[in-house]
Design a protein. Structure first.
Lengths: 144, 417, 417, 144
């Protein structure tokens, strides 16, 4: 398996083709739109927070397989998660993505660990981060 | 023996020595530089470098001579007088100089003939690069002028009729790209100039994608202003050129002010030199000009006719290759029609970023995204395309490599299921 | 062993290998470049060159990385955050970006906090380089603001009291050179910043003659904006830097618009990226940034403290040497007082051009003229002076050579009769 | 005699120290102000033209020894000259100055031939040309 195949694992391509968590973000109280101006990828992430837990999440967006699969995998991982845990996962994911693949993901990252290989492609880090950055903005708004 | 385009020229570029298997199809974004350019600049810096147009030392004299000699050759390369070429940071900067100069004129800071008023109109096309769009939007916002444009069809093409329909007797500027950096469409410049003259407008030509690839004679074309960038012409980054007909360039207010462009300065006000110096505020891109001069020498030695013929063939091959691949469709002119040396395409079911990544893995450098032309992509119904663009060093082997890699893309991403 | 300033550093510069006997005392105009800079740029161009911040290829990724790494090191060099440094064509361009951005704000194109209105005031000094004067004149003319200034005395010096007297509660900008390129006067930046804060004005620092010659910590100094040029810092021409405090830089309207600086563009309007990208329209000076980064690495390896100490000594030697020559008098600070690493002087009875020519014949490169500071020269009562300016590679031998040649000047022209 | 001494011949330095033709240009009907912005040298050249002859000439200015001596020598050469001859001298002088010293001056240029050596110094060509350019502008105005 070369770098390219590692990046585009079947897991990632499957999520890109049939993403999870899509829906109407506007149905949730906190929504955030995030755009990657260099490629035009965009996402709108909506969440509901109840008792410190992300009780609902829906997103819509368009973009490359990395940004879409990342949104999908993140949805599965963090829907239902306590806010504090979600923030910790976002932090860990960011750290891994910025490490050019050097930082090993912990078990907590689940399938999102698959993006470790994407981290080697600096121009694609933003793609993988798109949904996570949008979620982080929602969490901030929810905490305010 | 003079260099010929293609494989022979390729040997002049150290980049390909460093990456022998590289299929570089991103010249539309930026070109590689031949040894002749890199060495000319380095040699100048090593032993002849000094301030330009300042002071009286011999060193300054020699450096000034080198700088002005470069200007002369670049002017000759595009059919301009040497006083008609001002150096800029890049083509974007040159286009901004025009729009910002007109804004200054409109604010009463000189150059009355360039002043716009509410009700005046600026006309572009729906295919423009952001560099030939946003500066005009800002000029319109500052002056109350209106921005109009020729629409593009589903292949991203505009017509002279569409352009004419966008004009009126209030049109003061018509600004179009000579060659679209996305569709490769070649503008009918003579018709555009005639249209401008009919309505009394200035013609601004964005020559970024023509100057590197075909013989260009701005004086004969009769455009009023033009812009191009060295880095797309096998020259250095950090330098471009503003062309303006001599009498216009002497009157356009300089947006950027400072040293080397003045005659008399008091604490209250400043008078400016004639063109081109009035547009070259501050320390000039001296060694870059030397490199730029070497680049046009390099291209001239091969011959722009030969380069244009070569690249026209490559463009048709690229188009044919892309269209042979199932699930891939090109935008822009059809096969057999005239086009610039680039082809942008859409791969059904695969995002352009993923296409680019796959090709990159195969050693093929292309450009993906909106190519600084978001409105055009909106008209094409896609946020991004993949663009393969050729240069003097491109070969049919590059085209073949692209085609075979492209055939693998949809299967790899499962888009063919 | 790390390089030390003076003769050891001189060996790093190919220019001095090509001209072993050259006495180069024109670093204030532009510096020579060490091999480390020339080679870093050439190596990058030979094998790593690609478009920056565009597309997704590995090559683009690497080139973007090199470009951004350069920015980071340059930011660190001047005590700035990396998002606080935008690349420009030169310092003049950077100063214009500020003034033009404020003009755009005043025209209602965003960045309201920067909008000026009639009655507002801009304050400079009578010693400014044209690059830090004319852009403010133009801004005043566009907005109806008034330009005020601290006057200079017969040695060309201004005082903080004079600056204070020029300010009022309507002062919106105070723009001064950190080190005068003619007198060598060093501005009391802390006092200037305090004055700006008292009246609620922005402080703009022209750091062209300080950044190359002394440790600079813009963050600690607390200025709002600053500008400097690579070519005076042993780096390439064609690139400079705009510094702005992060929150200001994100809000200042970008005067130059085009590709690589936008988020969403429609035919009607455009939204811009935050700083620094918003100020870098079009293809960036990529290889120049790599060279600029290598230049600050070069200076840092020697150490700015060591460079400042060395150049302060050379400056005092230059001053003493010049003043020992009968019929020659220096402008600027007196002996023993703090000054930048340059000395400008007047030779009684001999025009500066003739002085420069004579010295040039002796292999000594100096600068003659008004040094882009006509108002200052008017105050000095002479249209031109001769300036000897030092750099990291200057030596006491250079000073001695200048002195002995200078002794011959008045006899040669018969001005001593 | 090296290049420098050739450029600054005694003839030139003498003219620079005690220039000929200085006076009040405004006393003449045609005046022109010419400035060399790169060094600040300037001259105002006034002439009277009677019957196609430069019957009167006076200039004032400040600048380097090259610009001042050139104005002085030109005054001596062209005061009293027919307009057509003056223009021919200006053309010849310009040609010589642009030639980097390659073009030999004819006898007609008189003492102005001394500037042949200045032509080797490109940055000084403008100095030597200053007065001649000003006179040319006057002649143009007089012909109009
Ligand atoms: C004090 C000062 N400000 C501004 C400038 C302008 O710098 P640049 O010509 O590199 O834009 C210079 C140098 O010429 C200078 O010395
Ligand atoms: C058609 C066109 N116009 C303008 C530009 C801008 O050129 P630059 O980025 O060199 O300023 C480009 C290239 O990016 C282009 O292709």
């Amino acid at each position: 398996m070369n770098d390219l195949e590692a990046m585009y694992q079947e897991l990632i391509l499957d999520h890109a083709r049939t993403p999870e968590g899509t829906g109407d973000p506007a149905a949730h109280p906190f929504t955030h739109h995030e755009l990657n101006p260099s490629c035009g990828d965009e996402i709108t992430m909506g969440i509901t927070v109840d008792d410190g837990v992300i009780s609902g999440l829906a997103w819509e967006g368009q973009g490359c397989s990395i940004s879409m699969s990342s949104a999908s995998i993140m949805s599965g991982l963090l829907t239902g998660a306590p806010v504090a845990d979600a923030q910790a996962r976002i932090d860990e994911f960011r750290e891994m993505m910025r490490s050019r693949g050097a930082v090993e993901p912990s078990e907590e990252l689940g399938d999102a660990a698959a993006f470790q290989n994407t981290a080697k492609y600096v121009m694609r880090v933003k793609c993988a981060m798109l949904a996570w950055v949008a979620l982080e903005a929602d969490l901030k708004a929810a905490a305010a | 023996m003079p260099t010929t385009p293609g494989a022979v020229a390729r040997a002049d570029f150290p980049y390909f020595a460093a990456h022998p298997r590289s299929v570089y199809l991103d010249t539309g974004a930026t070109a590689q530089r031949p040894s002749a350019v890199i060495d000319a600049e380095a040699a100048f810096v090593r032993s002849d470098y000094a301030a330009v147009h300042r002071g009286s030392s011999m060193a300054t004299g020699e450096a000034t001579g080198a700088y002005e000699a470069a200007r002369e050759r670049i002017a000759g390369f595009v059919g301009a007088g040497e006083r008609e070429i001002a150096f800029s940071e890049n083509a974007t900067d040159a286009l901004n100089m025009i729009a910002l100069g007109m804004a200054d004129a409109s604010a009463g800071l000189g150059g009355e003939r360039f002043a716009l008023a509410p009700g005046d109109e600026i006309v572009v096309t729906g295919a423009e690069h952001h560099a030939n769009l946003i500066p005009w939007q800002r000029l319109a916002a500052k002056t109350g002028a209106a921005l109009r444009w020729a629409p593009v069809d589903e292949r991203g093409l505009w017509t002279i009729d569409g352009l004419r329909a966008a004009t009126s007797p209030r049109t003061r500027v018509i600004a179009v790209a000579h060659v679209s950096n996305v569709t490769g469409q070649i503008a009918p410049v003579e018709d555009v100039v005639q249209l401008s003259r009919e309505v009394g407008a200035l013609t601004v030509l964005d020559a970024c994608q023509s100057a590197p690839h075909m013989p260009l004679d701005l004086g004969t074309l009769g455009v009023d202003f033009a812009a191009f960038s060295a880095h797309k012409m096998t020259g250095p980054t950090g330098i471009g050129a503003l062309y303006g007909r001599a009498e216009l360039l002497d009157e356009l207010p300089p947006a950027r002010t400072g040293g080397s462009m003045i005659t008399v300065v008091t604490m209250e006000e400043a008078e400016f030199l004639p063109a081109p110096q009035r547009f070259e505020a501050g320390t000039q891109p001296v060694s870059q000009a030397v490199g730029f001069g070497a680049a046009v020498d390099y291209l001239s030695a091969i011959g722009m006719d030969a380069i244009a013929r070569h690249e026209a063939e490559i463009a048709q091959s690229l188009l044919a290759a892309v269209e042979r691949v199932p699930g891939v469709r090109a935008v822009g002119p059809q096969a057999g029609e005239e086009r610039g040396s680039l082809v942008s395409f859409i791969v059904d079911g695969v995002h352009a970023h993923d296409v680019g990544q796959f090709l990159d893995d195969r050693g093929i450098t292309v450009r993906t995204g909106h190519h600084c032309a978001q409105p055009l992509h909106r008209a094409l119904g896609t946020p991004s395309t993949t663009r393969a663009s050729a240069g003097v060093y491109s070969t049919e082997d590059d085209v073949d490599a692209l085609e075979s890699a492209l055939r693998e893309v949809r299967p790899f991403f499962g888009a063919d299921r």
